[in-house]
Design a protein around this ligand. Structure first.
Ligand SMILES: NC(=O)c1ccc[n+]([C@@H]2O[C@H](COP(=O)([O-])OP(=O)(O)OC[C@H]3O[C@@H](n4cnc5c(N)ncnc54)[C@H](O)[C@@H]3O)[C@@H](O)[C@H]2O)c1
Ligand SMILES: [Zn+2]
Length: 681
């Protein structure tokens, strides 16, 4: 391939990958591979400047602005950072600095390179007024509402030394604890887990629904301060001020007097970073003095006074012994790789997730292969590739099963899905047990005393095959049951048995579960795609299970945030005879299948009775949640979108243009905040 062809190819590919990464929050290749390709392109462009494209990814910040949010120009451009994976290049960088500003002592500040998305947040007279993404570097998306959900970010600050207008910059990220919780919830309702915390954060910051953003518990660390009038001499002074003013600054930064100290910091954090509450992918080194920063200046894409040292992903090589297939509650069959145990980032790894059949094909792995295993913020590490150079003589093809590994039913693959399912949901043991486990979990019916193998025992004895069976259990049936269970990980066995105390505890817990509120019962019965939040929304809107059962797809999608896929799934669930029977049995067992008193919003008036409303924008007198409550308290119903059925669209400040346009087209009455207040008196 000649240089022209290679440059064309790399430019096209990298621009495409940038778009996938910034627009869709998807990484098709690893960051390290991306950086290698970018480096190759920039080397070629240096040798053949005449072949460089105008839109070369070496010349501009990779991000994009989107149509879903208002576009805002940055007061100060938001650039990228040049990066390196080697110590030598850190030394080369120092060399260039010495040449540019000879005979000056240079101090450095080392910081963690937090793996999230950059945010710029503006304050005017101490008040948070605007939060913007980096976008293309000159213009970004106005995501103020989402940024305001960050609990550690002050909305208002008061201090003597504050300039009237300033900006702070930092990284918005998803803490590992939030990421793992979110993925657990997704698995609970049968959705694919999110790939990594960075992409999860990027996707979340760009959601339209701030309520959902808030629920996902993002956070941010601030690392820079900008204002028209320069009030600090050094970067260190500015971070100390941010700390003093109450911004969330990671305490991991350090001032270094020499490049050797910088390298030592880099080494120190190579493994220590895994103890941090978020993912990081390297270290950012910045020249401390602002005067020196000014002298060093910028390239088209990044400051010359800073550099990012990126750690190579922690990856180990080990052999793939076998693949087992797990059947989940929804019937999805997922492959799990069993590995020759190996030490990775401080823990012994024996298994890795393979997600689905496509992944096995994409990686091209065979049994007996040497595979690379990496660990990110995920609970279970993943296989990222295969070492073909070391492929042994006898490897075996991996045959993804055609039939359920447990019950033998032929698997099905719904159109448009990557997962394969065992359709035998009424007779496949892991699916049934999975549904029972889902039912008893803390967030659902909270039948803790039935955990740890006890479900298994009840199922094996034929006592419980569906959640309603719990409520028919008697002391005589339970007392004296026993079973030896073996931990598949450790091989250790232990005996579980139902003596008097255990039996009584189980029966008590079952009795107490009859007081669990309706929304949690609705979640517990395990309708696909109905997670905790959706269950709450449905319960609050319809108030009784009968009303939900009778609702059609159309009425269901009227509920805020309920889309077609969820609505369809709810309708299907209630149309199946066995589910109707289940609900009837739960009802006669005395479970809460109507909204409790405490959850019913106190009715203030009937002024909005029979009316449907929706709002857009922000309001002076109330937050969104309050407004929603007010609408319901006055007898109104909140709709999910603008349609012919909508009576009023309440228009606040900075309304969404698509909602307003649609309302205008459909002749829906639009009212202001004050008019709404008049309406409810
Ligand atoms: N895998 C893919 O397909 C793909 C595609 C596009 C980009 N990428 C990755 O993204 C990189 C390009 O992204 P980029 O331009 O945002 O560069 P970058 O992420 O390498 O560095 C710049 C960013 O670092 C962040 N940062 C974190 N901690 C910081 C700190 N303490 N001080 C200052 N900044 C800090 C800021 O958000 C800043 O915008 C590529 O090098 C590649 O690794 C990957
Ligand atoms: Zn099966």
């Amino acid at each position: 391939m000649n240089p022209q062809q290679r440059i064309d190819e790399l430019t096209g590919r990298l621009n495409y990958l940038n778009q996938r990464y910034y627009q869709d929050a998807v990484s098709e290749i690893s960051d390290e591979e991306f950086d290698q390709l970018l480096r190759e392109l920039s080397d070629l462009e240096r040798q053949h400047p005449e072949l460089k494209h105008k839109d070369s990814p070496t010349q501009h910040v990779g991000g994009t602005i989107s149509k879903e949010f208002p576009t805002v120009s940055h007061r100060y451009p938001m650039l990228s950072l040049s990066n390196t994976y080697s110590d030598e290049e850190i030394l080369d960088w120092e060399e260039r600095i010495r040449k540019a500003i000879p005979e000056e002592t240079v101090e450095y500040i080392c910081e963690q390179k937090f793996d999230g998305i950059s945010l710029s947040i503006r304050y005017e007279n101490g008040q948070l007024t605007m939060g913007i993404t980096r976008g293309d570097g000159t213009r970004g998306d106005d995501i103020t509402h989402n940024i305001k959900t960050l609990r550690t970010l002050p909305h208002r600050i008061e201090a003597e030394d504050l300039p009237p207008v300033f900006e702070v910059r930092g990284e918005g990220f998803m803490p590992l604890i939030s990421f793992n919780r979110l993925n657990q919830e997704r698995l609970d309702i049968g959705e694919e887990p999110l790939m990594n915390p960075r992409n999860a954060a990027a996707g979340t910051f760009k959601l339209q629904d701030s309520g959902e953003v808030s629920r996902r518990r993002l956070d941010c660390y601030l690392y820079s301060f900008l204002s028209d009038r320069e009030i600090f001499q050094t970067h260190e002074e500015s971070i100390l001020a941010l700390q003093r003013w109450g911004f969330n600054v990671s305490p991991t930064w350090k001032k270094c007097a020499s490049i050797e100290e910088v390298i030592a910091y880099i080494r120190e954090w190579e493994t220590k970073r895994f103890d941090l509450p978020l993912n990081t992918d390297g270290i950012v080194v910045k020249v401390n003095s602002f005067a020196q920063q000014r002298e060093l200046g910028f390239t088209a894409k990044s400051p010359r006074w800073a550099i990012a040292y990126k750690y190579k992903a922690q990856s180990v090589e080990t052999t793939l012994r076998s693949v087992s297939y797990q059947v989940g509650r929804t019937g999805a069959v997922t492959p799990v790789a069993n590995l020759e145990p190996v030490l990775l980032a401080g823990t012994i790894v024996k298994r890795a997730s393979l997600h689905n059949a496509n992944e096995i094909g994409r990686l091209g792995i065979r049994l007996g292969d040497y595979v690379f295993v990496e660990k990110g913020g995920e609970i279970i590490p993943k296989i990222t590739g295969v070492n073909l150079d070391r492929r042994p003589e006898e490897t075996e093809e991996i045959h993804y099963p055609e039939t359920c590994p447990v019950c033998g039913t032929p698997l099905v693959q719904p159109e448009g899905e990557v997962a394969r399912y065992c359709p035998n949901d009424k007779g496949c043991p892991p699916q049934i047990k999975g549904k029972l486990e889902h039912f008893i979990q803390r967030k659902a019916m909270n039948l803790d005393s039935l955990g740890e193998g006890k479900i298994e025992l009840l199922y094996d004895k034929g006592l419980v095959t569906n959640p309603a069976d719990f409520y028919d259990l008697t002391y005589e049936q339970l007392f004296g049951l026993e079973k030896v269970i073996t931990d598949p990980e450790t091989g250790k066995s232990k005996k579980i048995g139902f003596r008097e105390k255990t039996t009584q505890a189980i029966l008590n817990a079952i009795e107490v579960s009859k007081t669990v509120p309706f929304e949690r019962v609705l979640f517990a019965i395990g309708i696909r795609y109905v997670g905790e939040t959706v269950a709450q929304k449905l319960a609050r809107y319809f108030k009784t299970i009968d009303a939900i059962r009778q609702a059609g797809v159309e009425e269901l999608t009227n509920v805020p945030e309920i889309g077609g896929r969820i609505a369809q799934s709810v309708v299907e669930f209630f149309s199946a005879a066995e589910n109707q029977e289940l609900v009837a049995r739960l009802q006669s067992a005395g479970l809460q299948l109507t909204l409790g008193e405490e959850a019913i919003i106190e009715q203030l008036s009937e002024k909005l009775s029979g009316k449907t409303l929706l709002y857009t924008g922000t309001f002076r007198s109330f937050e969104r949640e309050e407004l929603e409550r007010l609408i319901e308290a006055h007898g109104g119903k909140l709709l999910s979108g603008v349609s012919g059925k909508l009576n009023f669209l309440i228009v606040g400040e900075k309304p969404g243009s698509s909602k307003v346009d649609k309302a205008r087209k459909l002749n829906v009455a639009m009212i202001s905040e004050d008019e709404f207040l008049n309406l409810i008196g």
